[in-house]
Design a binder for this molecule. Structure first.
Ligand SMILES: Cc1cc2nc3c(=O)[nH]c(=O)nc-3n(C[C@H](O)[C@H](O)[C@H](O)COP(=O)(O)OP(=O)(O)OC[C@H]3O[C@@H](n4cnc5c(N)ncnc54)[C@H](O)[C@@H]3O)c2cc1C
Length: 423
């Protein structure tokens, strides 16, 4: 197919190229195909190559706290004193990430924080309805499991201290049930005695496996005529139309482009006029494909920086935040450390060496809000990246917001907090 052919689109519809076949790009592609646009998705590796492949699988719309909160910042010195702790900065990356850290600090000011939480709540209110629509349309509802999620504590004092947080969550309409140890034990017998209680979020959900979901989105995309192209986009230029330069292949022209290249979006956004403080929070996990999950629902362990998710493909233990950019190799001592911690909380956890390790790049903006909006150089390029810890949760909602932007109609929520020009 040559570039001229790609430009042809039915009357009133556009030829749109989505860069990135992660969960966000694929959800955007479906939302745009729903509107009758001619959609091509370009990914340098193919579907689900990035963070969407191995994440923890939570549909965590009940989680409304940004990364930058005073509580988190108070814990930073403790975290940083442990190189394998929940948060670490790779020494060789410290200078590079400094400006991002300064912005993170600024984002944690109480006034800013309140607006951020309101924006997260607004976006998350669209998350499950959007997943319900998308999964019904593509008949992939069986990948979504609605058994809630747990936030577990090994300290009664920490559990009591977080009552304030639960009250705040309830004030946003989120259901939180406080479970003492005995009730929790009945619900999840595979949790050890180290867990003294948990907050239960009945509305949370999880997926069978994020890779399966992304592959199902990609398969359904092909069936409905969305073109999936394996190519690396090396440069973007906007107006009139969009010109996408590809590595070792002829360029593509399109009417519009959606930039959904996750943690790799920064350079391409700069090409079309925007300097976005996008960094990556690297996360790690180990999965045990042959293990019987034991758990019925995902569990996050307070203050430990890891979660356990019973995927249908096995048990996944993972988390941690490592600030180390896109190029440094993974440090799986970190994954081993997560597993060692998890042994305290989960009975019969398989040996580390029987699992498969993975590292992924969360695309992270210091204020924990994704970038959803039009590029500075013109409306031809629409951004959909920077979903940090919640890209699976927020991907379907992002798809419908991107479709609204491309149609030029008002969106379901105020998009100002997500503007690419807010920095
Ligand atoms: C350990 C871990 C656990 C997580 N757990 C959860 C969770 O439980 N729930 C949740 O909601 N979120 C979770 N997340 C976050 C979530 O995985 C991400 O926010 C989400 O996957 C981002 O999706 P994306 O499509 O924007 O990016 P990605 O999935 O990273 O996809 C970007 C795609 O762009 C392609 N690409 C990049 N550059 C180019 C280029 N120049 N040309 C062509 N293609 C390009 C890449 O190959 C890639 O396929 C977790 C993340 C990690 C790391």
């Amino acid at each position: 197919m040559d570039s001229k052919e790609r430009l042809a689109a039915p009357e009133g519809k556009s030829r749109i190229v989505v860069v990135g076949a992660g969960l966000v790009g694929l959800a955007c592609a479906h939302a745009l195909a729903d509107e009758g646009h001619i959609v091509t998705v370009v990914d340098r590796e193919g579907p689900a190559a990035g963070a969407s492949r191995g994440n923890a699988g939570w549909l965590a719309h009940t989680d409304i706290d940004p990364l930058a909160s005073p509580g988190m910042l108070l814990q930073v010195p403790k975290f940083l004193s442990d190189p394998l702790g929940p948060l670490s900065i790779r020494r060789e990356y410290l200078l590079t990430i400094l400006p991002w850290l300064v912005r993170l600090l600024a984002a944690s000011r109480p006034g800013r924080l309140r607006h951020t939480v309101e924006a997260i709540v607004a976006l998350n209110s669209l998350a499950m309805p959007a997943w319900d629509r998308l999964s019904a349309e593509l008949r992939i509802g069986h990948f979504i499991h609605r058994r809630g999620g747990l936030f577990a504590y090994d300290s009664a004092a920490d559990f009591a201290r977080d009552r304030e947080k639960f009250a705040r969550q309830r004030s946003f309409g989120i259901e939180v049930v406080e479970l003492p140890q005995a009730e929790l034990r009945q619900m999840e017998p595979s949790l050890s005695d180290a867990v003294v209680g948990a907050a239960f979020y009945p509305e949370a959900a999880h997926v069978s496996d994020p890779r399966l979901v992304a592959e199902a989105l990609a398969g359904a995309a092909q069936l409905r005529g969305i073109d999936l192209v394996k190519a690396e986009v090396t440069a973007l230029a906007a107006g009139p139309g969009v010109l996408l330069q590809l590595r070792d292949q002829a360029p593509i022209m399109a009417d519009r482009c959606v930039l959904a290249a996750g943690a790799w979006s920064r350079k391409l956004a700069r090409d079309v006029g925007d300097s976005i403080p996008l960094e990556t929070e690297r996360g790690y996990n180990v999965s045990f494909p042959d293990a019987l999950p034991g758990l019925s629902r995902p569990v996050s362990f307070a203050g430990q920086g890891f979660v356990a998710t019973p995927l249908t493909t096995g048990l996944r233990i993972g988390g941690a935040v490592e600030l180390g950019g896109l190029a440094l190799p993974p440090n799986h001592d970190r994954t081993r450390a997560l597993h060692t911690k998890a042994q305290r909380f989960l009975r019969d956890l398989p040996a580390f060496d029987s699992g498969t390790v993975w590292m992924g790049h969360r695309p992270s903006i210091p204020d924990s809000l994704p970038v959803i909006g039009l590029s500075r150089d013109g409306p031809e390029v629409v951004y959909a990246f920077g979903h940090g810890h919640y890209g699976l949760t927020q991907s379907a909602a992002t798809g419908s917001l991107v479709a609204d932007l491309i149609a030029g109609r008002p969106s379901a929520i105020d998009l100002k907090p997500f503007s690419p020009q807010r920095f």
